[in-house]
Design a protein around this ligand. Structure first.
Ligand code: RB5
Length: 142
């Protein structure tokens, strides 16, 4: 199960990503926001991060205007490795090297076409399981 969430700035892109996930047959839970009214990104970052950290979701996707605020909020939850990506190379690397469990996108930064490619790259790239990457991830967790 994938968890997805956004603030108002990411709402339209979230709708497009959910349509894309449906077309790919990927199950997801939408943690809001459910409209374009102004709201606070930490609430949605936290909700998806808690779902991933608690095991209700395997991975998450978060969207705000820049992807930055919502990723900062998500990264406060122990066990979360949320990565803001604006290109496919970063999305692939953060899965392979960091085992990122949340992808954050900036709806005011990337267009819909690129965002969907970044989503696919993030979802389709496995963790490398390389010993040096495992060691570095353990060091992040302190
Ligand atoms: C909301 O205007 C905006 O600040 C938010 O979407 C995000 O970009 C924060 O990092």
């Amino acid at each position: 199960m994938l968890g997805i969430g956004s603030d108002h700035g990411g709402y339209q892109l979230k709708q497009a990503i959910m349509k894309h996930l449906e077309a790919r047959g990927i199950a997801f839970t939408d943690y809001g926001t459910y409209g374009e009214e102004s709201c606070d990104y930490p609430e949605y970052g936290r909700a998806v991060a808690l779902a991933v950290a608690g095991g209700a979701c395997d991975r998450g996707i978060l969207i705000c205007g820049t992807g930055i605020g919502i990723s900062i909020a998500a990264n406060k939850i122990p066990g979360i490795r949320a990565a803001v990506c604006g290109d496919c190379f970063s999305a692939e690397a953060t899965r392979a090297h960091n085992d990122a469990n949340i992808l954050a996108l900036g709806a005011r930064v990337v267009g819909e076409g690129l965002a969907l490619k970044i989503v696919d790259t993030f979802l389709d790239t496995p963790f490398s399981n390389d010993e040096r990457h495992i060691r570095r991830i353990r060091k992040i967790e302190g």
